[in-house]
Design a protein around this ligand. Structure first.
Ligand code: GRG
Length: 296
């Protein structure tokens, strides 16, 4: 199975799981519709795939990971829905269709985002089979990793900096600070969770954490490059917004060519890092390659 097929397969399984597990009874039908709109059938599902690929190296079956993989994707979808709101990046187009607030109205954009976050956590923390398989301690540990990546020191803080640094001169260090918080920690989270659930040793866990963080930085660097060099129809979202909104990006500070070079160098560093590990992380390496070479 090549990496595109691997991603497609992960997406299919995660979508099926979400559809089957979303609470239907007692939830207003319009909210349920919005939850599905925000998750099922959209997005690359890279974060779920990172969890599968990491845990797979330790022989953990994908079936038992689905509640966490799907939960992580729902939480990610929440961040996209809120990111698109008029008071944030104000985007009308996401995953090849109208963004949530364009399709369901602004109030539902806020509420569906809230519900995606809460139901995303619910999906694995309230799944008896998941808790029984991995135990309460590991369930709590993965929840802690996820919540730390999202809080004031993580994604919310990163989004605040992203808005604050818009329209002013920024340093490379400030750009990396945004990347780390806004994106990298939540790309790192599924890798770290895969190590925890796979019972990785301390040394390998540390290396996986470093890999996840570096990959997360690469992910955002590539995202910013695609905003300049990519095509809207392929990406399924508006392009050219960073320049228009004068966002703090590496492309703004260093230019396209230097940014592409930095990305290539980072990928080489990631490759070396993975090659020093005891277990074989072929799939993770393929995913990393996809992240830096993707066109969508
Ligand atoms: C975490 C409580 C809390 C609030 C969120 C809105 C917000 C605050 C943060 C924005 C975070 C954000 C949108 C970061 C950008 C990350 C990024 C590059 C997203 C695109 O991810 P892909 O390419 O998207 O994986 P698909 O559609 O493929 O899933």
């Amino acid at each position: 199975m090549n990496i595109e097929q691997f991603l497609k397969e992960s997406a299919r399984e995660v979508d099926e799981f979400i559809e089957a597990k979303l609470p239907s009874r007692g939830v207003p039908p319009r909210l349920l519709e919005a939850l599905k709109y925000g998750t099922v059938g959209g997005g690359k599902k890279v974060r779920a795939s990172l969890l599968f690929a990491t845990a797979e190296a330790y022989g953990v079956e994908r079936k038992v990971l689905l509640p966490l993989a799907a939960g992580i994707e729902m939480i990610h979808a929440f961040s996209l829905v809120h990111d698109d709101l008029p008071c944030m990046d104000n985007d009308d187009y996401r995953r090849g269709k109208p963004s949530m607030h364009r399709a369901f109205g602004e109030a539902m954009g806020v509420l569906a985002g809230d519900a995606l976050l809460v139901e995303g956590l619910n999906l694995f923390m309230n799944d008896p089979h998941f808790v029984k398989t991995f135990g309460a301690r590991k369930t709590l540990q993965v929840a802690q990793v996820i919540l730390s990546a999202l809080g004031g020191k993580g994604m919310v803080g990163g989004q605040v900096l992203d808005l604050e640094y818009q329209g002013r001169d920024v340093t490379e260090r400030e750009v990396y600070e945004i990347y780390l918080r806004k994106t990298a920690l939540f790309i790192q989270a599924p890798v770290v969770c895969g190590g925890i659930l796979g019972k990785a040793g301390r040394k390998e866990r540390r290396a996986l954490a470093e890999f996840g963080l570096r990959l997360g930085q690469c992910f955002q660097i590539k995202d910013d490059l695609l905003d300049v060099t990519g095509e809207s129809a392929v990406l399924g979202k508006t392009v050219g917004k960073d320049v228009k909104q004068d966002k703090a990006t590496l492309v703004k500070v260093r230019g396209v060519e230097a940014t592409e070079r930095i990305l290539r160098e980072e990928f080489e560093a990631i490759k070396t890092l993975l090659s020093t590990l005891e277990h074989s992380f072929e799939r993770l390496l393929e995913l990393a390659r996809f992240v830096v070479e993707r066109s969508y």
